[in-house]
Design a protein around this ligand. Structure first.
Ligand SMILES: [Zn+2]
Length: 94
């Protein structure tokens, strides 16, 4: 059965998740807009005490005739897990 293990990788390394995808709903027109954080390129590093965190700020505009800009701010830990999020001009859709 050893070869099956090899076929499916068998390694313990988790596949790297490159993008964090989220959705926000515009407060003005109700459009749901998809946003994407490129975890390799969009994050700015910061230090909080002993821990390393990553920040990202995104401005999203929908495709409707609505010029409401939705501002999203997110914070990730060193393992790229989301630990904090804020939005202005819209709400997060889970
Ligand atoms: Zn809108």
């Amino acid at each position: 059965m050893g070869f099956l293990k090899n076929l499916f990788g068998g390694g313990s390394a988790k596949p790297e998740k490159r993008y964090y995808v989220f959705h926000v709903k515009c407060n003005r027109c109700g459009e749901v807009i998809e946003g994407r954080v490129d975890l390799d390129n969009d994050l700015s590093i910061d230090y909080e005490g002993d821990s390393t965190v990553y920040f990202v700020r995104k401005g999203l505009v929908g495709t409707n005739r609505c010029f409401q800009q939705i501002e999203v701010e997110m914070k990730f830990d060193s393992g790229h897990e989301l630990i904090e999020k804020q939005v202005q001009g819209g709400t997060f859709v889970e």
